[in-house]
Design a protein around this ligand. Sequence first.
Ligand SMILES: Nc1ncnc2c1ncn2[C@@H]1O[C@H](COP(=O)(O)OP(=O)(O)OP(=O)(O)O)[C@@H](O)[C@H]1O
Length: 337
Amino acid sequence: MLSVSQLSIDYGSNRVVSDLNVSLGDNEILMLVGPTGCGKSTILQALAGLIPISEGEINVGKWRATPTLNVPPEKRSVGMVFQDFALFPHLTVEQNICFRLKNTAIADHWIKLLGLNDFRAKKPATLSGGQKQRVALARTLAHQPDFVLLDEPLSNLDAALKDMLRWDIRNALKEAGVPAVWVTHDQEEALSVGDRVGVLQNGKIQQLDSPEQCFSMPNNRFVARFLGEASFIAGQFENGQATTSIGVAPGQGVDCDSGDVDVLLRPDDVQLIQNLNQPNGEVVWVRFEGGSRLCAVKLSCNTLVTSRVSHEVVVNPGDSVHVSIVTTHPLAVYKRQ
Ligand SMILES: Nc1ncnc2c1ncn2[C@@H]1O[C@H](COP(=O)(O)OP(=O)(O)OP(=O)(O)O)[C@@H](O)[C@H]1O
């Protein structure tokens, strides 16, 4: 377990993290996301014991740290995985993983599980970035930490490698059965591999929830925009129904029960049809995404909504199109701004 309550951290007179509360069960992965400078790395450093905390408490069961009760990093049983791998260049893969380890059988387990068996005798310089990160993770887990902190572990890797490695890291953490806090800049990574996602802004948690809840029912517009493409369309909200100029859908009030509202639309909530007799918008831009295209459509009321269509649908800026809401799940509804 890893439990953090009322955690605040100051640099001099500047409070950079305020009132963080989170409890992680064994086996649980928390993804921390937020814009640059919001305090993600500061939280990791405080959990690792590298910087003092100003208020609150960190409790791992075996130890407890407060502003007046310091626990040095080496007494915290914390495993850390960094973006730059931090391997010893003069040691082999096996020596890196077994460094200062008494039980090398455990190292063996992680070497095999993380696909490093054929690389035991190699030096880090001869490995790819993904392999280096596997070595770093194997080394961390071989020491059987009580919790793991990952600081942007995939940010130095190319896109194709990232996708596979993120799942391998998740699976390894689950197998190890340790709580983990994973900092990332990548919203997609946060939503796909986290059990829970914490969205930070200016050192304050804006939402701490399941990925699904954070994405479909954001606590506020900042979270909605931060986690993906988000459009807001004016509407009326009564009896759980949101009525807008492009359709009616079930709604759930986030900060209101009824009245004039803005309805959150994700690109998948909006259907785009071409060649319909009654267009209601004009395509402003189109982004090709490979298997799909993301299209922004300006409605007559000047609202911009985005819709995702198959790559087979050829849409161009300037096209007149018809957009409508197609969803059966409740849309997040906010008091009109
Ligand atoms: N050693 C320090 N002394 C003073 N202020 C600091 C120090 N380290 C970080 N800060 C400030 O604390 C705030 C949070 O920084 P932090 O590095 O935790 O953000 P972050 O979310 O990890 O950013 P990034 O995504 O860019 O890595 C920032 O305003 C930063 O300028």
